[in-house]
Design a protein around this ligand. Structure first.
Ligand code: ADP
Length: 478
């Protein structure tokens, strides 16, 4: 089985959020199962030059009905298995300071950028003789690709994974000629939705099979509350829609070996976690005190993440007492509200408005409690990473958070609240703080969190099965 994996972000090359973690760790897990997988992504300015790899093609012709552009292609690799990663180099579209656009928005020509990327990924297949049996696309930047394949007489089966329905790639209808789509064509019927061009809708309508990144989210997106206007379309494809929970790569996320940490720890040898906590308190300018529970969040600062509710609760939670550390960037209003909290409570809250991989790791390791009050959460990686680092999650019962954290159980792994009212979140934090004060109970909880296995094995097998399903259904659909 040969699979071409098409994604806009792939860690460690370029990362904005969890999509990059998935695109960087699922392909090596698939390779271990014997899937012949290659990855293609744009060469964003963020890709460090020392991992650009080698030039394998200096003129990839990317043809659209209205124009032909020439890109070049570099080949790097991913993981011990050496999964090939093809980086499409096209400066006018991808040599830019942000992957998506300034201030969390899109660049004005994003429609053209990602129409080009979809066509470039398809042009790469014959140019390098990749011979893909199945193409696996991820999120709206790749949504046109399944549409192009669906309309092509020799189109291949496609799998389209929705990582976050909140970002759809909406553009005005007038953009059609600029992305090489004739407004009177069949292609237009695949890409137009509610008076707009919608790349996510194009992917959902056109792909052979669909998936989302947790079972709960696969159900949720079919309801008006979570469907972001596409629930009807998703219900119409319910028979082809699967939920497969994301995994994490425990070689990348391991407190026993993580080079970013001041000390290391593992189940049964936890003294290093106290060293990490004290070092984090010092680094954050907070009082160094092992007995105050340190609560943290590492997150994009966007509406989805429910941080406005957390901001309401924190001044009261600080009196429990707790310390709070935030690392994140995103919407300016959310950033400002947290800067203000930090200024008002300097003795209890440390606010870090930036993207910083090393600090993220020191926070996962040095905290006691990790909070995710997301309004919706397709899968969420933060709760899994924090558990691996012996930090107990407090989560809203939605999407992948509901699928991975349990409280009402003889074997709880965290604290779960069911409504997004400030009182519900505060009560969950209070339960966590009470548990923290009961040492033996806390140690058992931490040990259970660290024993959870969210590795890719089983989910990668489910994707391998999904590729077989796509091949089989492609025959029927054609
Ligand atoms: P999403 O994909 O919605 O952003 P996830 O929980 O699935 O949320 O994944 C977030 C990933 O991004 C995690 O690996 C998290 O550690 C990382 N991350 C988010 N914000 C930052 C930041 N400011 N600095 C470093 N890493 C971050």
């Amino acid at each position: 089985m040969k699979v071409l994996f098409v994604a806009n972000e792939v860690a460690p090359f370029a990362k904005v959020g969890g999509l990059a973690d998935v695109a960087g760790s699922l392909p090596p897990a698939l390779a271990e199962l014997g899937v012949d997988v290659s990855v293609v992504m744009p060469l964003h300015q963020q890709v460090p030059t020392d991992v650009h790899g080698e030039l394998v093609l200096d003129a990839l012709e990317v043809k659209a009905p209205h124009e032909t552009r020439r890109a070049s292609v570099l080949e790097a690799s991913l993981g011990d298995a050496g999964v090939p990663v093809y980086l499409i180099r096209y400066g006018p579209y991808f040599d830019r300071p942000k992957v998506y656009g300034p201030g969390g928005g899109d660049y004005p020509d994003s429609a053209q950028r990602y129409a080009f990327f979809a066509r470039a990924a398809l042009a790469l297949i014959p140019a390098l003789g990749l011979d893909a049996d199945v193409i696996h696309c991820h999120d709206w930047p790749t949504g046109l690709l399944p549409a192009f394949e669906r309309l092509s007489p020799h189109g291949r089966p496609t799998v389209y994974t929705i990582h976050n329905l909140g970002y759809q790639g909406h553009f005005e209808l007038e953009v059609a000629p600029r992305i090489g789509i004739d407004p009177a064509s069949k292609a237009m019927r695949l890409v137009a939705c509610d008076g707009c061009i919608n790349y996510m809708a194009a992917g959902i309508r056109s792909a052979t099979v669909l998936s989302t990144v947790s079972e709960r989210y696969a159900q949720e997106v079919q309801t008006p509350d979570f469907g972001e206007g596409l629930d009807g379309l998703l219900r119409s494809r319910a028979a082809d829609l699967y939920g497969i929970i994301n995994g994490i790569d425990y070689e990348q996320w391991n407190p026993a070996t993580d080079p970013a940490l001041p000390d290391h720890f593992a189940p049964g040898a936890m003294s290093g976690k106290q060293v990490c906590k004290a070092a984090l308190q010092r680094e954050m300018g907070l009082p160094v005190d092992p007995d105050v529970p340190l609560v943290s969040a590492v997150t994009r600062l966007v509406w989805q993440k429910g941080l406005d509710v957390l901001a309401q609760v924190l001044p009261r939670a600080a009196k429990l007492p707790i310390q709070f550390v935030l690392l994140g960037t995103g919407e300016p209003a959310v950033e400002d509200s947290y800067r203000l909290l930090g200024r008002r409570h300097p003795e209890a809250m440390a606010i870090n408005i930036r993207y910083d991989e090393g600090l993220a790791r020191r926070i996962y390791a040095g905290s006691d409690i990790f909070v995710m009050p997301s309004r919706y959460e397709p899968c969420g990686l933060g709760q899994m990473i924090s558990m691996a680092y012996g930090t107990v999650p407090v989560v809203h019962a939605t999407g992948g958070l509901a699928d991975t954290v349990v409280e009402a159980s003889t074997e709880p792994t965290g604290f779960v609240f069911h409504g997004l009212a400030a009182a519900d979140l505060l009560f969950a934090l209070e339960r966590a703080v009470l548990a923290f004060r009961d040492r033996p109970r806390w140690e058992t909880l931490v040990a259970r969190c660290m024993a959870q296995d969210f590795s890719w094995g089983e989910s990668a097998r489910k994707y391998a099965d999904l590729y077989e399903t796509a091949l089989a259904r492609h025959g029927c659909r054609a």
